[in-house]
Design a protein around this ligand. Structure first.
Ligand code: AHM
Ligand code: MG
Length: 335
């Protein structure tokens, strides 16, 4: 019987191809895989585990935390902190850097993660995900400062997301293409089901929260207006629209069948540059999108080139099919 390639075998093969004896990245990815399996189980139990709904607490961004935001953050930390590969971690749900407790060995990587992205969807049983980004730690302190995390996305050594949808998938990159794995719940393993994932360069599908239209900048308003105008408009063809309000599901759809996703700069809250966070949402997703042949930009700059200024910094995001994103970027140049 052929069971296919497990994610562990895949990562070991990839490491051999790279001719490196560095096993710690492989081991760290193994811990992340375990974290995602445990989170998948927690998400999957739904209301049966009594963890639906919100808490009275807010995260540093002033968002009310879901019970599952906090639980999945704990799961991710506990699963990855003791392996000896991490120097420190940071996440959407923690104000500051989390230092590896003294009883555990420390390693040379930093991990930044969003344990449950799209968590407003949890109570209504719609897809959510986990996003992670791995960076190298170049210092030697037992308690790395937030400043050590503030590396541009080009410095990521690996990134990925888990999608808890009708099946659980893990999509990863270590900078050598993008590969997707599906969790076989019967054997408890992620198996390679989507090798060398590539984003189609052309598309007729866009994703944006259209209720914010009045707050967008002119180039995005123009782009969406032209898509909606369809065949008789300047683009000369009909477009379709999707909005799941779950970035992981949105990016996954784009990798599978093309499309563009935008959470652009808007004037809704002038203090914020957009909604999505650079370090644990935009950067890892941009790394994956670029590795799959797509483009990811703020509208004015490649996201992976943005020099981060804070752990929870927000950034406008426009990503997806190459030729279509180029149209949107050209409208920004015309501004
Ligand atoms: P979260 O990390 O608090 O879940 O917020 C991020 C999510 C993204 O997954 C999604 O693209 C966006 O928020 C949806 O926002 P909105 O509800 O404004 O449409
Ligand atoms: Mg998020």
């Amino acid at each position: 019987m052929q069971i296919g390639t497990t994610i562990t075998q895949f990562l070991a093969d990839e490491q051999r191809k790279l001719n490196t004896n560095q096993t710690d990245l492989l081991e760290l990815m193994g811990q992340v895989v375990t974290a995602c399996k445990v989170i998948a189980t927690a998400v999957n139990k739904g209301a049966l585990s009594g963890v639906m709904g919100s808490l009275d607490t807010e995260n540093i961004q002033g968002e009310t935390q879901k019970k599952l935001d906090v639980i999945t953050n704990e799961i991710f930390m506990q699963t990855t902190e003791r392996g000896g590969q991490l120097a420190a971690m940071a996440s959407e749900e923690m104000d500051d850097v989390y230092h590896i407790p003294g009883q555990y060995p420390r390693g040379k990587y930093l991990i930044v993660f969003d344990p449950l992205d799209g968590s407003s969807n949890v109570d209504v049983n719609i897809s959510v995900g986990t996003i992670f980004s791995i960076l190298e730690y170049k210092g030697d302190s037992a308690t790395p400062a937030a400043a050590e995390f503030l590396q541009p996305g080009t410095q990521q050594v690996a990134a990925g997301y888990a999608l808890y949808g009708s099946s659980t998938m893990l999509v990863i990159t270590t900078g050598h293409g993008v590969n997707g794995f599906t969790l076989d719940v019967n054997i408890g393993e992620f198996l390679l089901t989507h090798p060398n994932m590539m984003i189609a360069p052309d598309t007729k599908e866009f994703a944006i929260n259209a209720s914010n239209e009045r707050f967008w900048e002119a180039p995005v308003q123009r782009y969406v207006r032209e898509c909606v105008a369809g065949k008789t408009g300047p683009r000369g063809r009909d477009f379709n629209m999707r909005w799941v309000a779950s970035m992981v599901a949105e990016v996954h759809r784009i990798i599978i069948r093309g499309g563009v996703f935008m959470y652009p700069k808007d004037t809704k809250d002038p203090a914020k540059a957009g909604k999505l966070r650079l370090m644990y949402e935009a950067n890892p997703m941009s790394f994956i999108v670029e590795q799959a042949g797509g483009i990811s930009s703020t509208g004015r700059q490649r996201i992976l080139d943005v020099q981060p200024e804070g752990l929870h910094q927000r950034v406008p995001v426009i990503l997806g099919s190459k030729n279509e994103v180029e149209v949107i970027l050209s409208y920004h140049k015309d501004m």
